[in-house]
Design a protein around this ligand. Structure first.
Ligand SMILES: [Zn+2]
Ligand SMILES: [Zn+2]
Length: 348
């Protein structure tokens, strides 16, 4: 089969690799749509722990082969990939905290992923979908579950005010979930006007560009002491620091942006956080018990109800064979984008 293989830092080739055969308890998904994740880009730009690797974990396709012990009923079913492969046996898995598993694998990072014509997966890692759901929309289920998980961690309640820091793909998904779940105010910040325009399209009511306005002042005008819930999706240290002053006493901040590991922040923001008794909450992936969790079921329900606008999230479509060029352009900052969909040749 053909796959886009990461061979080294910033080296990706589109080439022939062996087609996987599903072993016992596994299924094979014939890939129909692939969405590029920010983490795929990070692995390409910064390098990864292992090579060669087929990246990609935001995928949809059709089950085309099943291994021993797996029901034939799966054949021909449409499905999305559930990328986390937990052990289901350790202390944290038993508590239902699968993303804290002591010995997990992850499709597209620790084992071959979906930038390929076929992917081999444990049976538990296919998320079965109705046949009439678009493959492109289905490829965007996983990033939506992350956003939904952030709101669950922040204990978001209807009628609360919220600010989304960063209108990249996760930020835009958060905006959509805030709209669906009935936020009172949805404020979004981003330095790119294009991102703010899409945020407005998917449900944000106030768009603030920090390069043009004083975000803290604007937020104060709108909601006084701050929002009930701040969602950090930029991974920029100064934005994390500022999120505390944008959040009201006893409010919550949920962090999903990966911060640069070689940077530091002055601890004054912890002092502010303590004085306001604000909760700072980490988010990693999107899972809850029973696996993969209600985030996944709710995303599917919202897709079927038509409340999640996935089309607004997609900026580009390319054949999978173009993946090396696409990544090269992204790394060189020559391709401003939202979600990019790749498709294996024959289904285009
Ligand atoms: Zn992702
Ligand atoms: Zn485990």
């Amino acid at each position: 089969m053909k796959a886009a293989v990461l061979e080294d830092k910033k080296v990706m080739t589109y080439k022939d690799v062996p087609t996987p055969e599903p072993g016992p308890g596994h299924v094979r998904l014939k890939i129909k749509a692939i969405s590029i994740c920010g983490s795929d880009i990070k692995r390409y730009v910064d390098g990864h722990r292992m090579y060669p690797l087929v990246l990609g974990h935001e995928n949809s396709g059709v089950v085309d082969r099943v291994g021993d012990g797996v029901s034939q009923d799966y054949m021909g079913k449409h499905a999305a990939i559930i990328p986390l492969v937990p052990c289901f046996e350790c202390e944290e898995c038993k508590r239902g905290y699968y993303s804290a598993c002591h010995s997990y694998s992850f499709i597209g990072s620790r084992q071959p992923g979906g930038f390929a014509e076929f992917v081999d997966l444990p049976e538990k890692n296919i998320f079965i979908l109705p046949d009439d759901l678009s493959f492109e929309h289905a490829a965007l289920i996983e990033p939506s579950t992350v956003a939904r998980h952030m709101l669950a961690l922040g204990d978001f309640k209807r009628g609360q005010t919220a600010i989304v820091l960063g209108a990249g793909s996760i930020g835009l998904m958060i905006v959509q979930w805030l709209r669906i779940l009935g936020a009172d105010r949805i404020i979004v910040t981003d330095v790119l006007e294009d991102n703010l325009a899409i945020a407005s399209k998917v449900g944000a009511r106030v768009m603030l560009n920090p390069s043009k306005v004083d975000v803290a002042k604007e937020v104060q005008k709108l909601v006084g002491d701050g929002v009930d819930l701040a969602l950090e999706a930029t991974g920029v240290p100064q934005v994390l620091e500022q999120s505390v002053s944008l959040t009201r006493p006893h409010g919550k901040i949920v962090l999903a942006g990966n911060q640069p590991l070689d940077k530091t922040l002055p601890l004054t923001f912890i002092e502010n956080m303590m004085r306001r008794e604000i909760s700072l909450i980490g988010c990693f992936m999107s899972y809850s018990a029973p696996f993969p969790g209600r985030e996944w079921a709710e995303t599917l329900a919202a897709l079927l109800a038509g409340t999640l606008d996935m089309d607004a999230m997609i900026s580009h479509r390319f054949p999978l064979s173009k993946a090396p060029e696409v990544f090269e352009e992204i790394a060189a900052h020559q391709l401003a984008h939202q979600k990019i969909i790749l498709k294996p040749e024959e289904v285009i």
